[in-house]
Design a protein around this ligand. Structure first.
Ligand SMILES: Cc1cc2nc3c(=O)[nH]c(=O)nc-3n(C[C@H](O)[C@H](O)[C@H](O)COP(=O)(O)OP(=O)(O)OC[C@H]3O[C@@H](n4cnc5c(N)ncnc54)[C@H](O)[C@@H]3O)c2cc1C
Length: 380
């Protein structure tokens, strides 16, 4: 019997394997991955300094241990170069990997800004444990860190680095931090808290040029200001990994297009996690991935189960300013209503009748998250 093959060993790939084993302990399961195949929790990368963890200590289960625990064969350091749906096979490494059903859990790629200068190639992005190990090596002995992007990942790294004694400057084209998540008042409170922790923000600008000068970099922003840094980290967003699916003739859009059964345009190929676009939604966060993994596991075990998305608050975890955001369902009409609380901001996104469709809680206001989450509409 051809195995179920899971391509990718991130939270999505391991999530599907773990959930599937709850229903079916026998089906042959093979995981193929370009990386080491160890299990780690990616959200921990952006607060590892605060937790005093080295990259090696972030591994929760080495490959052999997780493979034995889940009854999965893990083929590591093999990058699939082609998907051949008509042959039920992948090509990669030196050979061919056959599957009965295939789960694409291949994640996303960091977006790179078009930056000029001989220092542009040295800009780092962190989207995997391996990238993080390189980042930590390069960080040793460095004082001034520039971060491109004031989104969730940029702000979490900024707080972590400032907390460890680095001088951190963050640049973003948007007029505020967490531009895709927070309304303006909540974002201003959030930015003030991070500034108090040592982070310097530069909004409504971007870095257009980076030059290498002896041991440091000179960054030139779009307003003509220059800044010096010893290390530059880019966190300007991710692009779902679609090339393999697209070349194989599967439907792709922003992500790999799947229906609510997580099936692609080929009935034996599924997609989950950061690479997947479920009914127009690309949600690169842990909770949607867990919902997808639970539903897909049941489908693979013989009970077709559409994924559902209850309201899924995103936790932003810089210690200087805990934040929880439950964005309104995509395309919702309404407006934010913000209210200052003791040491925080509580914001509700309401429709014309005053019905809450989403919320953002910042600082001490995060204490109310559970009660509010229960009132929010489902996304799918
Ligand atoms: C620093 C950081 C902090 C975060 N914090 C949070 C948070 O606090 N809360 C939250 O909800 N979300 C957070 N996220 C997002 C969350 O971690 C991701 O949505 C999630 O980990 C994505 O998992 P994935 O399995 O889809 O992708 P990935 O983890 O990217 O895994 C993809 C896998 O596919 C493999 N692969 C890719 N292409 C191939 C190929 N051709 N052949 C073989 N293997 C291949 C890769 O090697 C890898 O194993 C954070 C992300 C980052 C980067």
């Amino acid at each position: 019997m051809a195995p179920i093959v899971i391509l990718g060993a991130g939270l999505a790939g391991f999530g599907v394997a773990r959930e599937l084993r709850k229903f079916d302990k026998q089906v042959p399961l093979r995981m193929v991955t370009a990386d080491e195949g160890a299990f780690y929790s990616k959200p921990n990368l952006s607060n590892a300094l605060a937790w005093q963890k080295t990259p090696a200590q972030l591994v929760a289960s080495p490959r052999a241990a997780i493979a034995a625990q889940l009854g999965v064969e893990i083929v590591d350091h093999v990058r699939a170069a082609a998907l051949l749906p008509a042959e039920h096979a992948l090509r990669g490494g030196d050979g061919r990997i056959e599957y009965g059903k295939l789960v694409l859990a291949i994640g996303a790629q960091p977006i790179r800004l078009p930056i000029e200068g001989n220092g542009a190639a040295a800009v780092l992005s962190v989207n995997h444990l391996d990238d993080y190990a390189v980042f930590r090596q390069r960080l040793a002995g460095k004082r001034r860190i520039a971060i491109l992007g004031a989104g969730l990942i940029g702000c979490e790294f900024a707080n972590d680095l400032a907390g460890a004694g680095h001088e951190v400057e963050v640049f973003d084209l948007s007029p505020q931090a967490l531009g895709r998540l927070l309304p303006a008042g909540a974002a201003a409170f959030f930015a003030r808290r991070l500034e108090a922790a040592g982070v310097r923000f530069h909004f409504e600008t971007s870095i257009g040029r980076i030059d290498h000068h002896e041991n440091s970099y000179v960054l030139l922003d779009l307003k003509g200001h220059s800044f010096e840094a010893d290390l530059v980290l880019s966190a300007v967003g991710l692009r779902p990994e679609t090339a393999l699916a697209k070349t194989a003739g599967l439907a792709t859009n922003r992500g790999i297009v799947v229906d609510r059964l997580l099936a692609t345009s080929d009935a034996d190929v599924f997609a989950v996690g950061d690479c997947a676009e479920v009914q127009g939604l690309v949600l690169p966060f842990v909770l949607p991935i867990m919902q997808q993994a639970r539903a897909l596991a049941k489908t693979l075990a013989g009970t077709p189960t559409p994924v559902s998305y209850p309201a899924m608050p995103v936790v932003v975890k810089p210690p200087a300013c805990p934040t929880v955001v439950c964005p309104p369902p995509a395309g919702s009409a309404g407006a934010w209503r913000e209210e200052a609380t003791a040491d925080g901001v509580r914001a509700l996104f309401e429709d014309a009748a005053g019905k809450p469709l989403g919320f953002a809680l910042v600082g001490a206001a995060t204490a109310g998250k559970q009660a509010l989450a229960l009132q929010m509409p489902s996304w799918l």
